[in-house]
Design a protein around this ligand. Structure first.
Ligand SMILES: Nc1ncnc2c1ncn2[C@@H]1O[C@H](COP(=O)(O)OP(=O)(O)OP(=O)(O)O)[C@@H](O)[C@H]1O
Length: 490
């Protein structure tokens, strides 16, 4: 890898120079779409619906946040499900990195990153990705792969290693191509490749991102290119600075985010069509709804499939209550009473809008609480830093809107308050989000307490729907009765 981290340099580009080696980044066009270089903004959109701003989820921002807060592997006890293209061929899985017979430079890189053994998904995915193509009279067929597992389980590290292993550093042309949905996500992945390839300086990496203008005559020498679909397509077809026929590994990362972005699906397919049949196609996704699956099948011919189920969350170990109030001031009083009666190590409080979240955190601060506020207008970096501080216990209360909260490991939080109940866009109960907010995985199994604040007919309806959905009664709590509150913490 190049010793100067290009990715890091790009981060600083706004304040420093605009030129790095042979690659030149010019000022990005204003409003240049999702792929334009910019600081990672919190791109949750604010939808003005009447008086209050309701936040809408932005998949790319969420994905980036997940990457930033997963500084170590997310462990899971669930088994990996493997569907082989050829069910008769032996299924290899590895328990150590040595078994993969990696180049020394790469093994050093892996250990230098602190990896001792392959993660669950890597145990099966790595042998498949590193396998030589199978030769048939009609031509060689690579081991293609579609892999799905939640964020933080080691997918990026796996395909970074696969790309680095397949490269021939003596060949000064692009051999591995990786596409990611946004500039920021491409940079994050690039950083992993650079880190892993730290002891392999002959292998170079280039970023195909908007704003990185190259001349038509340039022939790219970097063996690995990571970028966004639009620019990669330009580099392959319009500018012809990458010869797609020489690509031996194609990675499509974050497929679920990719298809959520207008135009990316088509561009990805157009890139894939330019690649030779012998090119290994690898597709990764954190989720696998039907639309992702359909897309995956179009991009990856004859795939092997690896799936790692999410750890199931349950409400079994959670005590759930509701509190009846008239308005948000009463909800706040109820919250203070709860705080006055029981010792709460760490709590998360969910609000429907940024405005309520901002108001509530200010009120709690006035009461002397040390509060962290997560809100959609923050940059992803700011959000990641707040989550990190909360994880370290620097703040005891986290007030958040829904869109910001995914990915926070709720296991350490003993109390969850739904200041507003989760609802979908039609105003019905959002059961999945409810489970995600207060549920615990069986593995952790710690007891928890959840309190739902009800201040309208609609929120009562939502509560009833939740009770019905989970087939669990949620008891009423009188927050004016301190003895009663004390009892719930036992
Ligand atoms: N085998 C391993 N041993 C220890 N740590 C690992 C291993 N593989 C990956 N990690 C670390 O675990 C974290 C998550 O890994 P990685 O980013 O590869 O997961 P992911 O599934 O791609 O998730 P995301 O899509 O959110 O990036 C990273 O901090 C990474 O350095």
């Amino acid at each position: 890898m190049a010793t100067d981290s290009w990715a890091l340099a790009v981060d600083k580009q706004e304040s420093t120079t605009d030129s790095f080696g042979s690659l030149v980044i010019r000022s990005p066009p204003r409003g240049g779409g999702d792929a334009a270089p910019r600081k990672a903004k919190g791109t949750t959109k604010q939808v003005e619906n009447g008086t209050e701003g309701e936040e809408k989820e932005d998949k790319a921002a969420q994905s980036l946040l997940n990457k930033m807060i997963h500084t170590s592997l997310v462990n899971t006890t669930n088994q990996v499900e493997v569907l082989q293209r050829d069910p008769n061929s032996p299924l290899y899985s590895v328990k150590t990195f040595e078994e993969l017979r990696l180049k020394d430079e790469l093994l050093r890189g892996v250990y230098d990153m602190g990896f001792n053994r392959p993660s669950k998904i890597q145990e099966n995915a790595l042998p498949m990705m590193l396998a030589e193509p199978v030769y048939y009279p009609s031509g060689s067929r690579p081991q293609n792969l579609i892999a799905q597992s939640q964020s933080g389980t080691g997918k990026t590290a796996a395909f970074a290693l696969a790309m680095l292993s397949h490269v021939d550093p003596a060949n000064k042309w692009t051999q591995c191509l990786c596409i990611a949905p946004t500039y920021e996500l491409a940079l994050q992945t690039g950083k992993v490749i650079e880190q892993m390839g730290k002891f392999y300086p002959e292998v170079k990496l280039a970023y195909a991102i908007r704003g990185n203008k190259l001349d038509r005559e340039t022939k790219l020498q970097e063996q690995i290119v990571i970028g966004t679909p639009g620019t990669v397509l330009d580099w392959c077809s319009k500018l012809k600075i990458i010869d797609p026929k020489k690509i031996s590994v194609f990675v499509l990362d974050e497929a679920d985010v990719m298809i959520a972005t207008q135009g990316h699906q088509d561009q990805s397919i157009r890139i894939q069509r330019m690649l030779p049949n012998e090119c290994q196609m690898l597709l990764f996704s954190a989720t696998f709804e039907d639309s992702v699956w359909k897309f995956a099948e179009r991009v990856v011919p004859d795939p092997n499939i690896i799936k790692l189920k999410r750890e199931e969350e349950t409400l079994d170990t959670i005590k759930q209550y509701y509190v009846l109030c008239n308005d948000k001031d009463e909800k706040f009083t109820a919250l203070c009473n709860i705080y006055g009666a029981i010792t709460i190590a760490q709590a998360m409080i969910f609000c429907h809008t940024r405005r309520t979240a901002g108001w509530l955190s200010a009120e709690l601060t006035k009461e002397g609480h040390v509060v962290a506020l997560l809100s959609g207008e923050m940059t992803v970096e700011q959000r990641a830093a707040i989550i990190e501080r909360f994880r370290e216990g620097k703040e005891k209360v986290l007030v958040t809107t829904n869109v910001c909260s995914r990915g926070i490991d709720v296991e350490q939080v003993s109390v969850v308050i739904n200041f507003d109940l989760p609802m979908d866009k039609d105003g019905n109960a959002d059961n999945e989000t409810y489970l995600h907010r207060i549920g615990r995985t069986g593995r952790f199994g710690k007891r928890g307490l959840a309190v739902n604040m009800i201040d309208s007919k609609q929120s009562m309806n939502i509560l009833n729907q939740i009770e019905e959905h989970f087939n669990k009664k949620i008891n009423k709590l009188d927050t004016d009765d301190l003895d009663e509150i004390e009892k719930i913490s036992n």
